[in-house]
Ligand binder design. Sequence first.
Ligand code: SDX
Length: 406
Amino acid sequence: EGNRALDIAKLAAQTGHITLDDGYANTGSTASRITFVDGEKGVLRYRGYRVEELAERCDFTETSYLLIHGELPSAEQLEEFRTNVRQHTLLHEGMKQIFAGFPPDAHPMAILSSVVGALAIYCHDSLDPADEEQQELAIYRMLAKMPTIAAFSYKQSIGQPFIYPENRLTYCQNFLQMMFAVPSERYEMDPAFVDALNLVLILHADHGQNCSTSAVRMVGSSTVNLFSSISAGICALWGALHGGANEACINMLEMILNDGRNLGKYIDKARDSNDPFRLMGFGHRVYKNYDPRAKVIKEVCHRLLENHGQEDPLFELAQELEEVALNDSYFVDRKLYPNVDFYSGIIYRVMGIPKNMYTVLFALGRLPGWIAHWREMHLAPNMRIHRPRQVYMGHSERDFVPLIKR
Ligand code: SDX
């Protein structure tokens, strides 16, 4: 695909120099065969397949298989994968006590990273990444239990009873049921929401060496178990500059709406280098064109709102904001376009998903990507612990000063 790189594996040994690249904007951390992103053209492919086509023709479980195993599954392989995932959807009953210990206003991302980390306690027979069988079992358990943990964290936050997974349902049906069903009533699943959730999870499934995937690889390179590596990825994703931007974007749109839809004021704030305010959901380290995922998500917003006879003032506002920004030199000069987080919150609003769960949905989508990269790293013949160098800029050696003299 025309990627060009300088292999500097012997640079320090041969020249006594290292490279320095804050934020790794110019540094490749690995060679990978999973996802291709062309930031200039706005292209995203999983294992060679265009993400738009996968979102249209696959479901999330099939896409997860593709990312993790590298090929689209046959009907038999897919059925076996689905069955293996379904068998592990329950949590150990003891894990429910962990949820009970969290206060009602605990952020679901903090709950998710904590309880996923606790899987290393309850699933202690699948911790060794070097053992193929344990690795495979850990992958099924992680894929299967994430929706359950995510839904339980929501139920805990609203004081409703946990709804257990039902293995006759698909991955997305199961998640929606665990999120919104209550024991006292029959839950009517909206097929349009199931389709929208499948599509959104597929669009979030992987994106190369982004911050959270790099965190999973970094932590996983110490040969710690999959659950602890994924917990680290969840923590990285929560940041507002990364996956937390979907929640931050809706907060920003609500703020602008409540401030008299004063778009100009916020565009000026975003342009002002002395003002920390940024347009959430805008800009990207790699995309210097429209994020292809944002295009699809925007279309789904239109379709969902229309089909449900709803209008969302935030969606109208987001489109106006996009229009103004894309005609403003500050954004045009810096090639700042809407990214995956700009419209995704609108879809979640239509589905009745609360704001503090938006990044949890991002984590649910990104999980197969994190797993695929963790597995690719462990299968690589030359896997080494990740340990970057530094340029030391601190004090030279100096004499100790006793407390009495300070
Ligand atoms: C995701 O890496 C991935 O692949 C991530 C992701 C994935 O799928 O994993 O795609 C998901 O995290 C999407 C990004 C979600 N984050 C946001 O929407 C937060 C808002 N965006 C920015 O903070 C920013 O654009 C980043 C963090 C996304 C990218 O930051 P970079 O690459 O470090 O770019 P930068 O901060 O150096 O910005 C370059 C210039 C700066 O201006 P100058 O110093 O040149 O004058 O653009 C400006 C920035 O101030 N800028 C913005 C801006 N984003 C960049 N100005 C206003 N609003 C913004 N959103």
